[in-house]
Design a protein around this ligand. Structure first.
Ligand code: SF4
Length: 440
């Protein structure tokens, strides 16, 4: 049974697969953070071996159906497809991958050869990638998840129109008998971490960026002012049938320039807002949101005000009424590769009436996570030993958004898999050390 939102039927998928040139040293594969053998799986599919095609995908990408559905393929595999350079439409690799994995779900084999156990914090892409790879290396992996279901931030905030529930269900279904433990409703605090460190041979932190940068101006607590993650979470739960949708107004302003801002704008527009404006302090060139998301927002009628900031939130009886918008301008200095901006005092602020204001100022680690894991300092991310997935405490590893500061599902999953290989080496080296001490 097909369990995906893939917009392909079998014959359509076959027509698409037949366009592939089976490139040598395929650029699509090189552009995939998981290194999925794209021409390989397409070739097997063309040979009527859909199971073999699915095996190739899952071998590199344990979240094959999820990634096929939600990856920004236009900047990854499809963006690198040679057909694009030949002036043709690139192969719709994501849709093909989603179709194949959903049409032929496989069971991950149950391997438990090595008497080692690793505790994984967080059932998001990094945690799942790490667990699958450890399992493939014969090491027991148990995932401790705060929610009552897996997926992490993916399952919390990606709008359902971009990622319905079915693709991840497909991917997780194949993990249910492989021996990976999923333990839900687990809040991790310092005591719990200590317990895990004592009970397991290593601990991997695959936590997502569940915190948000907060605006620090008066009025942010007023009715009508929201955090983007809050809106996206409520909208996803509503789309999956767990609650009523968030009630947004008719004139919605979204502050930010990343995917979360763009998702929020699209959600507002889809929920019936008459006007949705994205307010961003730089220009389109500096936006961190993907082009595909930007184009989708534009196609729905979302408008953009570049080089703009919120100067003041205007309320009446604690209810949002309007905002005052100030103008920025570029200065010549570049900082961190981005053009720097400063206030343009020559242009007076103007008032913009609105009934909903959504702040999407960037995600951070949830407060307290670093301390729980034993770190203090200025860093907003988890520290790693250079060139490694190991944190400065032996036996404690991390990968994914918590160390990269934000990335794609496929990149987080792949980082989790790479961390698992390093953890296996670490466990092996501990055994070797133990044996040498025993011989001494
Ligand atoms: Fe097929 Fe395009 Fe990849 Fe070449 S680059 S193997 S045409 S999908």
């Amino acid at each position: 049974m097909q369990r995906t939102s893939s917009n392909f039927g079998f014959s359509q998928a076959l027509v698409e697969a037949q366009r592939c040139l089976s490139c040598y040293q395929a650029p699509c594969t090189q552009a995939c953070p998981a290194g999925v053998d794209v021409p390989g799986f397409i070739r097997r599919f063309r040979e009527d071996n859909i199971r073999g095609a699915s095996e190739i995908i899952y071998d590199s990408c344990p979240l094959g159906c999820t990634c096929g559905t939600a990856c920004p393929t236009s900047v990854l595999c499809e963006g690198a497809c040679v057909l694009e350079q030949l002036g043709q439409t690139p192969i719709r690799i994501g849709s093909l991958q989603a179709f194949i994995t959903a049409s032929s779900p496989l069971e991950e084999p149950h391997l438990n050869e090595i008497q080692k156990r690793v505790a994984i914090i967080g059932a998001g892409p990094a945690g799942i990638g790490c667990a699958v790879q450890l399992n493939r290396l014969g090491i027991q992996a148990d995932i401790f998840e705060r929610d009552d279901q897996p997926g992490g931030m993916v399952n919390r905030v990606i709008p359902a129109h971009r990622l319905p529930a079915e693709p991840m269900e497909t991917d997780l279904l194949r993990l249910q008998n492989c021996g990976i433990g999923f333990i839900y409703n687990q809040d991790i605090n310092a005591d719990k971490l200590n317990q895990l460190r004592n009970a397991y041979d290593a601990v991997f932190a695959g936590v997502g960026l569940a915190g948000e940068n907060q605006p620090n101006q008066p009025g942010t607590q007023s009715t009508g002012v929201y955090s983007a993650l809050d809106i996206l979470q409520k909208d996803r739960l509503a789309a999956l049938g767990y609650r009523t949708p968030p009630q947004l107004g008719k004139r919605v302003l979204v502050v930010g320039g990343g995917n979360v801002a763009l998702d929020s704008a699209v959600v507002a527009k889809r929920s019936g807002a008459e006007q949705v404006l994205v307010i961003y302090r730089r220009s389109k060139d500096e936006m961190t949101g993907w082009e595909s998301e930007y184009l989708e927002a534009c196609s729905l009628g979302v408008e953009f005000r570049w080089l703009s900031v919120i100067d003041e939130i205007i309320t009446y009886q604690d209810q949002l009424q309007a905002v005052k918008i100030g103008q920025m301008r570029f200065v010549s200095t570049h900082l961190g590769g981005r053009r720097w901006v400063e206030r343009d005092s020559a242009i007076a602020p103007y008032t913009l009436p609105c009934d909903t204001l959504i702040f999407a100022l960037g995600q951070t680690l949830e407060e307290g996570i670093q301390e729980i894991l034993g770190f203090k300092g200025d860093s907003t991310l988890l520290p790693l030993v250079e060139g490694s997935f190991q944190m400065p405490v032996p036996g404690l590893f991390a990968a994914g958004e918590a160390v990269s500061g934000g990335s794609t599902i496929v990149a987080c999953m792949s980082a989790g898999m790479a961390a698992a290989r390093e953890i296996a080496q670490f466990l092996l080296s501990q055994d070797t050390e133990g044996e040498q001490h025993g011989q001494a």
